[in-house]
Design a protein around this ligand. Structure first.
Ligand SMILES: Cc1cc2nc3c(=O)[nH]c(=O)nc-3n(C[C@H](O)[C@H](O)[C@H](O)COP(=O)(O)O)c2cc1C
Length: 205
């Protein structure tokens, strides 16, 4: 599927994954590389992923998802992690920007501005991590559909439990899970749910 409109119309949250169908070699990497074109503030890309694929890791994750069966059935569940400290100077994206800018002051000023916007309070740090990672999440689901792979986002999960079980650093926040795989064809998907209309969503001023 290559038409973007068709991809948007075809993506659904798939509750039932075929346990027999794995992702072919290299496909996960293609999906993530395509999704990595998602925009992010200052291009800082404050995100990471853990790809839960082994039986052992799936068993560890399953009870932390309110026993959502798709985690066991699907070949991959991504733990999407937002980096609440992703604006800091040790982010290698700053080095790349530094090489592009003409003088050192310009880089220091930009970093200072990013700190004021995204790092100066815990609320801003969290918003920075989650808003950017949310864009990656949507991009992953549409990139997956482009490659014919179904997906399911999940936040009905034990965020703190997953953070502990998968040994995330203090600044790293679990944003959501994204299950990837193929629809179990013997099941029926519920119809597409109601969407708000333009008039309900948009206030023109
Ligand atoms: C951030 C997020 C978290 C979600 N968490 C869950 C979940 O834990 N369990 C579940 O069955 N569906 C979950 N969903 C799926 C939504 O119910 C689904 O996206 C919505 O009903 C629209 O359906 P569609 O994606 O098929 O268009 C989640 C969706 C999003 C975006």
């Amino acid at each position: 599927m290559t038409d973007l409109k068709q991809i948007f119309e075809a993506r659904r949250s798939i509750n039932f994954f075929d346990p027999e169908k794995k992702l072919e070699d290299g496909l996960l990497e293609k999906i993530i590389n395509l999704a990595s074109l998602a925009p992010s503030a200052f291009n800082l890309q404050p995100w990471e992923l853990i790809a839960v694929m082994s039986e052992e890791a799936k068993r560890k994750l399953f009870p932390l998802t309110n026993n959502q069966q798709k985690v066991l059935d699907a070949p991959v569940t991504l733990i999407l992690i937002g980096d609440a400290a992703g604006y800091e100077k040790n982010n290698p994206v700053w080095d790349e920007l530094g090489r592009m800018l003409e003088n050192k002051d310009a880089l220091a000023n930009t970093q200072q501005f990013a700190y004021a916007l995204y790092g100066s309070t815990p609320e801003r740090q969290l918003k920075f991590a989650e808003s950017n990672a949310g864009l990656l999440a949507a991009s992953i689901m549409y990139a997956a559909k482009y490659y014919g792979v179904d997906s399911h986002p999940m936040s009905g999960i034990d965020f703190e439990g997953i953070k502990k079980a998968f040994e995330l650093d203090i600044n790293k926040e679990v944003v959501m899970l994204i299950v990837l795989g193929y629809f179990e064809q013997s099941k029926t998907l519920y119809p597409r749910r109601y969407r708000k209309t333009f008039a309900e969503m948009v206030r023109i001023v």
